[in-house]
Design a binder for this molecule. Structure first.
Ligand SMILES: Nc1ncnc2c1ncn2[C@@H]1O[C@H](COP(=O)(O)OP(=O)(O)OP(=O)(O)O)[C@@H](O)[C@H]1O
Length: 585
């Protein structure tokens, strides 16, 4: 009872409804690690002060900045204190009650994510591992869950899987020989990993073995900022199925799930002195963290939360979809380094953590799958609709109006039962008046339609992206041609014979420099346009009629080339005539 009273509200509430407009916040804890030997010997000092259990102060060159979180842990926190104050045990109780939960560690490389989640990796990977004080959240959670399962009256079945996302590819950490795995979607589970090994665990040792086996197989490398740096995002999934018999002898099941996510750390290439394959790894790590950051920002921004959330842009965000804005309870641990040298990275982590506090989830107990299926369908429809609107907007900007493809899309849309205000079509009868099968059929039909539309829009977007590429290539080819012609003109003035009249040479040179000026103007315009392109993100490169602009530019260059070619021909004829006259003379 006491525990519940002190328990963070964000981890004890929950409903069985499916309204995704309201919900409970993601709980966010921040942990600062101690300065390490290298930092101390280089004279680095701490830029972090914990003012009270909820407030942290960052000391910047320009002054101080305070941040508030659900819980702040300073460098003196032990692993045991971390486990209890993070509130993870409350989350685990919910999982045993049939909720889904997710604990994820986020932060710069070397900030202590793996230490917090797992403990000292070398120790955990050992065959003769003995539990000790350095054990992190995962081994502690495993013993906590097992102890509680044995105390409860329900019968529990436990299964576990462990995977990693390495270089944007999914790999099974319990069966590395299976190679690259695929991410799929279905209405029952949302996004799931196909053919992943799921191990039945009949005792606590089975679960501990799963953890150790996965840690041994995880990709780590050594770089300047962390000698055991995790180069992948790892996800340990523990499923609990509880079975309880009613007085009338009927048994009913609840499906709980907890995911432990240890993200790879972001790092600056220069600082980490990454080389060779590590540069590619770092690029992929930073890219997927950037996508995660975009999702967190969009979900955490009240103005954007109802717009397109780019979950589908990376595997990591697809897999975390349920934990961020979905039906799962979530705990984020933001790990930071206190060293002044990393104050910028720390600031960025704290900013993300602040945004994550605004994310609202809608936890549901999974008594049976129907409720979850309906929620998944509703959410998929909503997300597809938002994504389609976003893609349509992009396409329409590219084409400076309604793209051709939209005519077909609009036709297919008008056939649907979409309401005028752009919301999902009302279902003929209210849900309670219909059978679940009817509701599912209606939602399935809607999803199918939105997916078809989505496919059409995506292929439309691809076509336009290809067109941009083609126009850009054409543009480069034309500029090259123009340069060659320019070269020919300079050549003429250098090699022209002294006997060519001074008048003709002066004229040619004047004409040549005037053309050079014009060419340089075209070049400048092109560079300006490219600069604008470069300044935009890759996604935005095809926005705001860039294709039109490039096409116009190419027509301009083409005209100049035709003019120059004609001039070249005239001049050559003229030169030949002069040469001939000279010869005759
Ligand atoms: N709170 C702490 N107390 C003592 N040592 C710590 C603490 N946090 C981290 N460390 C130590 O700091 C080093 C880096 O930590 P860790 O490997 O957990 O970082 P990470 O964030 O997982 O890095 P990466 O993203 O590169 O994998 C390790 O040697 C770890 O033992």
């Amino acid at each position: 009872m006491n525990q519940r009273k002190n328990t963070p509200k964000s981890l004890i509430s929950g409903t069985t409804g499916t309204d995704i407009e309201i919900g409970e916040s993601v709980r966010v804890c921040v942990r600062s690690r101690p300065l390490n030997e290298k930092e101390i010997s280089s004279g680095d000092t701490s830029c972090v002060t914990v003012i009270n259990p909820q407030t942290l102060q960052l000391n910047l060159k320009s002054g101080t900045k305070n941040f508030r979180f659900h819980q702040v842990m300073d460098e003196n926190y032990t692993q045991g204190q971390m486990f209890s104050d993070s509130g993870v045990h409350i989350l685990l109780d919910s999982v045993l009650d049939g909720y889904s939960g997710c604990v994820f560690a986020y932060g710069q490389t070397g900030s202590g994510k793996t230490y917090t989640m797992a403990g000292v990796e070398e120790n955990l990977g050992k065959q003769d591992y003995v539990s000790n004080e350095t054990d992190g959240i995962i081994p502690r959670s495993i013993s906590y869950m097992w102890q509680n399962m044995t105390r409860r009256k329900e019968q529990y079945y436990v299964k576990a899987a462990f995977m990693e996302i390495y270089n944007e590819q999914l790999r099974d950490l319990l069966n590395p020989a299976s190679g690259v795995l695929h991410l799929r979607w279905n209405i029952k589970s949302g996004f799931y990993v196909e053919n992943m090994l799921v191990v039945d665990c009949t005792n606590i040792d089975d679960l501990i073995m799963v953890l150790h086996e996965g840690i041994r197989n995880r990709k780590t490398s050594s770089h300047e900022l962390n000698k055991d740096s995790s180069r992948s995002h790892s996800l340990l999934l523990i499923h609990t199925i509880s079975e309880e018999k009613n007085e009338d002898g009927h048994s009913f099941k609840k499906y709980g799930k907890i995911s432990f996510v240890d993200l790879a750390g972001s790092e600056r290439l220069k600082e980490s002195k990454s080389q060779g394959a590590m540069i590619k790894e770092t690029g992929n790590i930073n890219k997927s963290l950037f996508m995660l950051g975009k999702v967190i920002s969009a979900l955490g921004d009240k103005k954007k939360v109802k717009s397109h959330i780019p979950y589908r842009d990376s595997k990591l965000t697809k897999l975390l979809m349920d934990s961020l804005g979905g039906t799962s309870k979530a705990l984020m641990i933001a790990n930071i380094s206190p060293a002044s040298a990393y104050v910028e990275e720390t600031m960025s982590t704290l900013n993300y953590a602040t945004r994550a506090m605004n994310i609202k989830n809608k936890p549901v107990i999974q008594v049976d799958n129907k409720e979850q299926i309906i929620f998944n369908l509703k959410r998929e429809i909503q997300l597809l609709k938002l994504e389609n609107d976003y893609l349509k907007d992009q396409l329409s900007r590219i084409n400076g109006g309604l793209p051709q493809i939209m005519t077909d899309v609009s036709r297919s849309r008008s056939l649907s039962a979409k309401s005028q205000n752009g919301k999902l079509p009302p279902i003929a009868n209210p849900p309670h008046a219909q059978s679940t099968t009817n509701i599912l059929e209606e939602y399935n039909f809607e999803i199918k339609r939105y997916k078809e539309e989505n496919l059409q829009l995506r292929s439309g977007k691809e076509i336009y992206e290809k067109q941009i590429q083609m126009v850009l290539e054409e543009n480069q080819g034309l500029v090259q041609k123009l340069n060659n012609l320019e070269h020919v003109f300079s050549g003429i003035s250098n090699t022209s014979d002294n006997t060519v009249s001074q008048y003709t040479v002066t004229n040619l040179l004047n004409e040549n420099s005037s053309m050079k000026r014009q060419i340089s103007k075209i070049e400048q315009d092109r560079a300006y346009s490219r600069g604008r392109e470069g300044a935009k993100s890759a996604q935005n490169v095809n926005e705001v009629g860039d294709v039109m602009q490039l096409k116009q530019m190419n027509t301009q260059i083409q005209k100049r080339i035709e003019f120059l070619q004609k001039r070249e021909k005239d001049l050559l004829e003229h030169l030949m005539k002069i040469q001939k006259e000279k010869g005759v003379a």
